[in-house]
Write a protein that binds this ligand. Sequence first.
Ligand code: PEP
Ligand code: MG
Length: 589
Amino acid sequence: MSTDKRGKTETLVQGIAASQGIAYGQAFLYLQSDVEVPAYQVEPEKRMQEISRFDHAILVTRQQIQKIMSEVDKNLGPEEAQIFDAHLLVLEDQALISETIREFETSGRNIETCFNKVSQRYIKAFSEIDDEYLRERSGDIRDVAQRVLQNLLGHSSQNLSQLVEKRVVIANDISPSDAAGIDSSQALAIVTDSGSKTSHAVIVARSMKVPAVVAVRDLTKQVMPGDWVLVDGYEGLVILNPTQQTLFRYGQIQIQKKGFEQRLMEANRRPATTLDGVTITLRANIEKVDECALVKEYLADGVGLFRTEFLYLNAGHIPSEEDQFHAYKAVAESLAPSPVVIRTLDLGGDKPMAGHPHLFPKEDNPFLGYRAIRFCLDHPEIFKDQLRAILRASAHGDIRMMYPMISGRDELTRANVMLTECKEELKAKKIPFNAAVQVGAMIEIPSAAITSDVLAKDCDFFSIGTNDLIQYLLAVDRVNNRIAHLYEPTHPAVIRMLKLVVDEAHKNKIKVSVCGEMAGDSVYAPLLLGLGVDELSMTPPLIPAVKYLIRSMKLSDSQKLAEDALKLTSAKEIFTLCNEFSRMRVKLN
Ligand code: PEP
Ligand code: MG
């Protein structure tokens, strides 16, 4: 048995490699869940004490919120800090407090139970009110109630933006907004018990170049805060308490990888042209405005997917048309004359908007539920704010737009009708926009793929979202690690479906891009190009490896690869064929 220098046993735990890189540091344990409230009877002589405990928890909560407010004010500005005014108001709500005390006096149950009961009643009542402003207060009450309960129960409330020292974040799960709030200079790596390669938190980690390993079942139960951990984001390995030999070996690996990455970056300055002279368009996927810097650093041909929902998740509320306009305009201007494809709102699924139960009620099957274009068509006031913001930004650069989760022609038509209304409104007010803005449909639901001949007539381009297309085609939840082995991008059904979409697009003279994670994976990129995909869009740090491969292959060879793959009947065989294709090309150089 090997032990580290502190005498602790080295333990290897296998997960799924989700973001490349190697990191070594102390663990920061992040366990996020709704607070579990124990219920018990309080003895009569302890009742006064119970009420003081409640007073104290309210006081501490107020101090915590004021501290957050001053930090937000300092870092983001007074407007953002004002959001927390509403939280302070909840704490000052005498009705909530006196009802809790009344409940306590009549029931004799512990104060947490009483407060939880009363606050839940308030949350429900507010979420059912017909006034949008008041409905939104239910989210504030929920947040504050969780904080008060944490203080009553002595739990420390955690937040990943509180990482003040460089740490390896080990979590049961990380929501996309948690991930977006991480300070990438402090998070050495991210490891989660659950998740998959295509979960949104992982996509965010990849764009921040933070190594990540997911689906490391029950790791949070094996690690103590402060334990030393080595994370191998290439092989999906987590090594607890690594020995000196292990650290030395990884030191060597890291030097090798760094050298290879440097060579990739040098090669990245050259065009993505195949050996038979075809230049491929490689665009970037971004989630935040400040990622324009990465788009430039990795020399992407503009943005192929701007996941705008992160503007909403980071703000914690629905941003105004004006706020969105400024964000889209900033991206357009920063990257002009390169194109920027803005995807309209895709909340829901694994990107729920917490604290807005009236807009996003809890669902049993969120991936099959109220998500993306379904939500937008149901909320024209929210959707049209975004459409107008995008149109207005189109006067400031090459902005294009696309709708997520289109399932068929009717949805595309309804979205386009709303877009036309927005254009009319802007025209009437003489606000400039590009009247010929290109509008695309994401193909990520099998029904859209099967009717792509019809959809192609009503849009300017397709962008295939393989992350979702695979999950819906194979009926495999993309974030469920128990069935991760069934999530097979090379399943013959996937390959045939991609071919169908590409052929229908080309028959209708429109271009097809792939913006799912397959596009940035060197094993699959040649297959996609061989199938006829025109453009690939990926997290910027993945561009150099894909470009290197493109520069090492002939397009005609990848077409032969696709032809051969289409004749095979098993996902494993197709994967082996693709893997061999890439391995041989990269090795030859
Ligand atoms: C996809 O589904 O492939 C895609 C790009 O969209 P998202 O990952 O944001 O669902
Ligand atoms: Mg998708």
